[in-house]
Design a protein around this ligand. Structure first.
Ligand code: 4AD
Ligand code: MG
Length: 460
């Protein structure tokens, strides 16, 4: 079989080619008397290759040529006389690998994202989702590039775990016990009879295990799936999402923010450099001004404000919020968006939150009221990163766990790294889908992950 050439390679040629083979899916067919034009897309890039086909070849094809059909063609690559494209392929042989009929749902007209979600098995073949998933692939490479260049060690943290890192009780259970008749002791399910001999679930974060590795390799990162059984049906929450979690020994909260800022800037720069064709599409069709926003972000300093100042500024703003804002209460997404979109008009770190509303592992500040936490907020998306300096002092950590009702029994290993060779350390989590929403302008998290899992939906 002659080797096919990817369309991205062909479109980057600097001279004509005599015999090339390309394969892909038909985006459109324009039939003419003398020649017909077929736009062929193989997903390797946004653009389609124009095929020029004479009627004698088309007439020999079996029925089934139309939008969505799969073709293998060979021909000569020549300079195109048509405007807006450099090359076209004068087809000398054509084979219909997979035909279509008119019931193929992705016809030329523009479909709503909601409709496309219902055909998530076919939507990668649309322009929008082609662009989204190529960006997703490129950015996941950029994540590794950033950390590998800085000598961070990549750690695969477990997916099945007995620990609820965020302590929010949002874990999906993993069990082999019979749901009808679980073994019981004194009226309670006896988890010691379960497969792992303990109550386990899907991880909500790789952080706790990441911390263990940071106290051996200094700088580490994780990049994996995380699961949250939180019943919030919003455009920014998924039950299964991907998170990148760096953890650094010998680092405080300011250093943590510095890394987050460099990281985001690297990712934006990578997208601008390597995904320009897809970004042009998002800029024109999804979020007007996206390119300007990203170019601005690439050079901007991110602002930093303490939670206490942020609350004061929100109160002073005179804006009416659905949830009134008081010191001590968590920021709602309406507050977060007002801060980043109106008050700071750009990315902003909010730091030093009240300890009552944050997880047990965050380091106590000296004021006795706040912890060394940070959230990075960006316009349109809101919180994109959450992180903190960790409590590295054994006695303080034990007190905090007791205060939050967390038994040390299951976390002795976590306490051990404070017992032996403890050190200041810090880290954060970037939600990969939130990043993609920010970079593409897509407004719903369901549209930046191939097969979204949300309450009531685990299709495909
Ligand atoms: O703020 P979170 O809950 O922080 C942690 O999990 C820490 N253990 C991270 C760390 O310090 N290593 O989550 C981090 C980020 C959020 O800022 C958000 O971008 C994303 O993960 N995220 C979600 N993304 C999609 N759907 C959800 N349900 C998400 N929950 C959090
Ligand atoms: Mg958070």
């Amino acid at each position: 079989m002659q080797k096919r050439v990817a369309i991205i390679t062909i479109l980057a040629e600097d001279q004509p080619r005599a015999q090339v083979k390309v394969c892909g899916w038909v985006r459109s067919v324009r039939r003419g008397k003398e020649v017909s034009f077929i736009a062929l897309n193989d997903g390797s890039c946004f653009a389609s290759l124009q095929l020029v086909v004479v009627p004698e070849l088309l007439d020999k094809l079996p029925a089934g040529l139309g939008t969505g059909a799969c073709l293998s063609v060979q021909g000569e690559l020549i300079a195109s006389p048509a405007e807006g494209q450099q090359w076209e392929l004068q087809v000398s042989a054509i084979e219909l690998l997979g035909g279509v009929d008119e019931s193929f749902p992705l016809q030329k007209k523009r479909h709503s994202f909601e409709f496309l979600r219902s055909i998530a098995h076919l939507r990668p073949r649309s322009n929008s989702f082609g662009a989204v998933f190529r960006m997703r692939s490129a950015l996941s490479f950029a994540v590794h590039q950033f950390f590998q260049q800085r000598h961070f060690v990549h750690v695969h943290t477990p997916i099945i775990t007995a620990n609820d890192c965020e302590g929010a009780g949002e874990m999906f259970r993993v069990t082999t016990l019979d749901p009808q008749q679980p073994p019981q002791t004194a009226g309670e399910v006896d988890w010691s009879e379960d497969f792992f001999g303990a109550r386990t679930g899907l991880t909500v974060s790789g952080q706790l295990q990441g911390e263990l590795f940071a106290t051996a390799f200094s700088d580490i990162y994780t990049f994996g799936p995380t699961f949250r059984a939180e019943n919030s049906n919003t455009s920014r929450h998924a039950s299964e999402f991907w998170m990148i979690e760096p953890e650094m020994a010998f680092c405080d909260l300011a250093g943590d923010c510095d890394l987050a800022e460099d990281f985001l800037r690297h990712l934006v720069g990578y997208a601008l450099e390597h995904c320009s064709e897809d970004l042009d599409f998002f800029d024109q069709r999804i979020e007007k001004g996206l390119l300007n926003k990203l170019q601005g972000l690439h050079t901007a300093e991110f602002q930093r404000v303490s939670y206490s100042d942020a609350v004061a500024q929100l109160q002073k703003s005179g804006q009416k919020f659905e949830f009134p804002i008081n010191w001590g209460s968590d920021l709602q997404s309406e507050h977060e968006r007002f801060l980043t979109e109106k008050i700071f008009a750009g990315p902003v770190f909010v730091t030093d939150y009240p300890k009552e509303i944050k997880a047990f592992y965050m380091r106590d500040n000296d004021d006795g009221k706040t912890v060394a936490a940070m959230d990075l907020l960006v316009p349109r998306v809101g919180e994109i990163i959450g992180g903190s300096q960790r409590e590295e002092r054994l006695d303080r950590l034990q007190q905090k766990m007791a205060a939050q009702g967390i038994g040390a029994g299951d976390l002795e290993w976590y306490l051990d790294i404070r017992r032996w060779g403890s050190c200041p350390h810090a880290g954060f989590g970037l939600g990969f889908e939130r990043l993609l929403m920010y970079l593409t302008g897509m407004e719903n998290i369901r549209d930046v992950i191939p097969f979204p899992r949300t309450p009531g939906h685990a299709d495909f």
